[in-house]
Each structure stands twice: as C-alpha cells, then as structure tokens.
Design a protein around this ligand. Structure first.
Ligand code: ADP
Ligand code: MG
Length: 288
C-alpha cells in the first residue's frame, strides 16, 4: 500500500535554550497509508497538536523528516501547495471565521487556490453536503448562526479545498453529545465517500472507537501505541496504566471474558456488541 505520510526520527522542541524549553515530540517514526482513517489520542499536553502542525508545515521539526506522498515537505519549491494538499482544521476553528457571509468563508480557501468562480461555487456546494448544512445558510453572516453550525462551516472551508489529507484537531470539543455524534458521522461519511486520508485528533476513546480504523496513542511526547482499534483495545491494561480509559462497551466484554464467558473482546460499538451477544448466546444454546 502507498504510504501518504512518513515521519522519520521527528523531534520538536519549543523555545529551545530558554526557561520554557519543552520537547513536545520525541523520536516519532510512523507511516500512514493512503486512504487510512487515523485517530490520534492522548492526554492534553501529550503532543497531538504539535504533531499534526508538522504535517502541513506550520511547525518545522527540530530534527527529522516529514515525507508527504514521498516528498520531503521542507525541500519543496512551492511550500504553499502543502497547505492545499494537507487541510488542517484547528481546534475551535469557528474563531477563525471572518468574512461577511458563510459563502465567502467557505470559498476563501478554494479562491486562494486560484480556482475560477464556477469551480469555487461547485466546491462550496460540495463541501456543504459533508457537514450537513443547507444551502439556505450561505448568505447568512457567520455571526448569526449557532456554535455547532459555525464549527461545520469552518470544517466545510477546509473540505472545499479537497485536500488529499484532512486533519481535524478535536473537532467535537465543547459540543453537546448530539452535536458530537453528528459531526463524527459527517466526517465518517466524508471518509467513506471520498476515500481520502483522514486524521482525527481526540481525547475521547469513545469518539475514536466510533469512527477510525487505526489509532496512534501519544503519551508524554512519544508514540505509545500505533495499531488497529482492535489491537489497541486488546492492550487495555497498558492504556489504564497511563490513565487512558477504553470505551465502556469494550470494558464490559473484557469483564465477561475474565468471568469465563467465551466472547470476542474487540468490541467497541453497540452494533457489534449486540451481534456478539447474540452469537455467544447461540453458541451456549448449541452446546447445552
Ligand atoms: P496536545 O495537543 O496533545 O494537548 P500540544 O501539542 O498542544 O499537546 O502540547 C504539547 C506540549 O507542548 C504541552 O506540554 C504544551 O504545554 C507544550 N507547548 C505547546 N505549545 C507551546 C509553545 N508555543 N511554547 C512552549 N510550549 C508549548
Ligand atoms: Mg491539542
């Protein structure tokens, strides 16, 4: 499979040589496949935002290499292209809306890419459908809509650039449970429909379990685990040790297993849980 991102011996130190010196990334070595839906999880301060800020060249590594599509991004002639190729939705992106209308806000990125008016228009409509907003919102001011809607507009603005890699830094932070689930489902649908690489940063295991295929666990500036969701949750006790909780539903299945029931423990959503319980019940009935 094609590796779209390759990080080699990546280190990053904030404010070196000052009393505020802090090594936020230590020897990061990972490869991410094209089309993958990756979740990045870890405590506040573990280095998640620092890591993703390296992927589109906002931060320059203290040492190490970042290859995107096989190219070292710090050797590119035109650095601007990397910002279009790797779309980054910052945490609380709604604070960055600034145009008079929502249309203009979403169109800002595509215009900067040098697209024609018609192409930009197409991009605006295209991105709207992935964030669950209606066209009727386009002529409104970003200041007359709700917080959740603003968040969607900001995400649409990045999707409208059709980045090869879409990165979202805690896109559900501060939203109510329903708003969170809606945004996660929107992002999941986007990934499914477009097959592009998506990276979702979160500090919620529940959110990660619901959406991604692969997980990078960051702990104290280092890669703690990097594997499929099932494999990560198999190492629940190690996650506990660093204070990261696995989803409740997974914990139930681990408890059942420990009590001697023959169940699959790589369960992290309700649908799979129901199926597994049905299967286990039938197995017991057949043996009786
Ligand atoms: P996360 O996104 O996982 O919460 P961050 O990548 O934002 O973590 O931060 C990692 C560490 O780097 C934290 O300890 C934070 O205090 C520190 N840090 C972040 N930004 C700066 C900065 N501009 N100057 C100094 N230290 C910083
Ligand atoms: Mg962060």
């Amino acid at each position: 499979m094609d590796k779209i991102i390759k990080l080699t011996d990546l280190n990053y130190i904030y404010s070196p040589g000052t009393p505020f010196e802090w090594q936020a990334l230590k020897n990061i070595n990972i490869e991410i496949e094209k089309g993958e839906f990756l979740g990045i999880i870890g405590h506040t301060g573990s280095g998640k935002s620092t890591l993703i800020s390296h992927l589109n060249g906002i931060l320059k590594p203290t040492s190490g290499k970042i290859l995107i599509d096989g190219e070292d991004i710090w050797n590119l002639k035109d650095k601007k292209n990397i910002r279009f190729k790797v779309g980054l939705v910052f945490q609380y992106p709604e604070y960055q809306l600034f145009e008079e209308t929502i249309y203009k806000d979403i169109a800002f990125g595509p215009y900067n890419m040098g697209l024609s008016k018609e192409e930009v228009h197409e991009r605006v409509l295209y991105s709207l459908k992935f964030v669950g907003l209606d066209e009727s919102i386009l002529e409104k001011s970003p200041f007359e809509i709700s917080g959740g809607q603003k968040r969607r507009v900001a995400i649409a603005g990045v999707i409208a650039m059709k980045p090869q890699i879409l990165i979202l830094d805690e896109p559900t932070a501060g939203l109510d449970p329903r708003g969170r689930d809606e945004i996660l489902m929107n992002i999941k649908e986007y990934h499914k429909a477009e097959g592009r690489t998506v990276i979702l940063v979160s500090h919620s295991m529940e959110d990660i379990a619901k959406t991604v295929n692969k997980v990078l666990v960051m702990n104290k500036s280092e890669v703690f685990m990097f594997d499929t969701v099932a494999k990560i949750f198999e190492r629940a006790s190690e996650l506990y040790d660093v204070g990261l909780a696995i989803p409740q539903i997974t914990r139930i299945f681990l408890d059942l297993k420990n009590k001697g029931y023959d169940v699959d423990t790589s369960i992290f959503n309700i649908e799979d849980a129901l199926k597994e319980i049905e299967r286990a019940k039938k197995a017991v009935a057949n043996n009786a």
